[in-house]
Write a protein that binds this ligand. Structure first.
Ligand SMILES: Cc1cc2nc3c(=O)[nH]c(=O)nc-3n(C[C@H](O)[C@H](O)[C@H](O)COP(=O)(O)O)c2cc1C
Length: 340
């Protein structure tokens, strides 16, 4: 246990983050499709962090009821994560406005024209992902209220650059102008403290929360996390330059092996002129459709996509959200205290 000085320093370093989010601890529960629903989101907010609903592919009606259900479980603030390429983005923004959601996180590429103004016009704060310094500056100019920088150690869809490098590239240049949260590969409080000292106002964690008691992820999904080590969480690999694959970090399983074979098979068909390019690309793009749900909800961890970050090696047991947050906070405070 660390003493008061470490906790006081931590509070000071997180102050802008906690003010911005309206919570006690500047830890965002990164939105995870199928996992970040009413139970986990409310548990994170109730424990002093900031839960974020993953809208993913939800319809506006489903998002409407998910927000309403989350509100019955917590009176504290929480956010909603919307994917920019969702065909009903506009209606989803309306649902957030109707519920007076205080913070909207836009993921999945640069926000389409008008969406930033509509979100901000509703009174909500807009949090956007910045994958590079130039884009961070562009997002600030476009009106983003806060940024998340997420490195390739993270679970789910990833960019090519490590968290430690993004933090060095982006934080010194923008962290005075706008609150920045760091995500990807954070498993312990010491790392959280380090990013705060570099200028971040808080952090975002996904992988560490998957095995929370309150997470509805299937027991098989949680077991796979508890067994895995960092090196089991691998990005999907593109075999052929003609067939684009958006990299996703997930635990290696039977299907990740088969995906490589599928790409080779489709590339062979292309070479022999037996398939059109558009059809070939569609087959690859659609390959993983529905696979995260299959793993998270149905527990099929062999053919489903077990999205996980490299910090999965630090997930060793199922425990309550409050214990995870308390442990992170204590580790961060102890690290800061030891610096004197
Ligand atoms: C199972 C899983 C599903 C995810 N789904 C989403 C998503 O729907 N939208 C999103 O913006 N990020 C998604 N992420 C990324 C998380 O929000 C978070 O940024 C990431 O997990 C942080 O890195 P970490 O896994 O190293 O903690 C997902 C991550 C995981 C592990």
């Amino acid at each position: 246990m660390s003493g008061e000085a470490g906790h006081a320093r931590l509070k000071e370093l997180m102050h802008r983050g906690t003010e911005f989010l309206g919570c006690e601890v500047a830890i965002l529960g990164g939105a995870m499709s199928w996992v970040s629903e009413r139970n986990l989101v409310s548990a994170i907010s109730n424990a002093g962090g900031f839960g974020v609903i993953a809208c993913g592919a939800m319809t506006p009606e489903l998002l409407d009821s998910e927000i309403a259900q989350t509100k019955t479980r917590t009176s504290r603030p929480f956010g909603v994560n919307l994917i920019t390429m969702h065909p009903d983005l506009s209606e989803l923004i309306d649902v957030c406005t109707k519920h007076e959601v205080g913070h909207v996180v836009l993921a999945g590429g640069l926000p389409p024209g008008g969406s930033i103004d509509r979100i901000k016009g509703s009174g909500a704060k807009l949090i956007a992902f910045a994958p590079a310094l130039a884009l961070a500056k562009k997002l600030i100019r476009s009106g983003a209220d806060a940024l998340v920088i997420e490195g390739m150690e993270a679970g789910g869809h990833i960019g090519p650059v490590a968290t430690s490098v993004l933090a060095q590239e982006i934080l010194p240049h923008v962290s005075h102008d706008i609150p920045v949260f760091v995500a990807g590969g954070i498993g312990r409080g010491e790392a959280m403290a380090a990013y705060l000292e570099m200028g971040a106002v808080g952090v975002q964690l996904g992988t560490r929360f998957v095995c929370a008691h309150e997470s509805i992820a299937h027991a098989n999904f949680k077991k796979a996390f508890i067994r895995a080590s960092a090196r089991d969480a691998i990005p999907s690999v593109q075999i052929d330059p003609r067939l684009p694959v958006i990299p996703v970090r997930a635990l290696r399983n039977r299907e990740t092996e088969k995906f490589a074979a599928k790409q080779r098979e489709v590339a062979d068909l292309l070479d022999r002129g037996e398939i059109e390019m558009a059809e070939a690309q569609l087959q690859i793009e659609r390959y993983w459709a529905g696979s995260l749900k299959r793993a998270v909800i149905d527990g099929d961890v062999e053919t489903g996509s077990v999205m996980a970050g490299q910090s999965v090696g630090m997930v060793t047991r199922e425990e309550p959200v409050a214990a995870i947050i308390e442990e992170l906070v204590d580790e961060a405070a102890a690290a800061l205290e030891s610096r004197g």
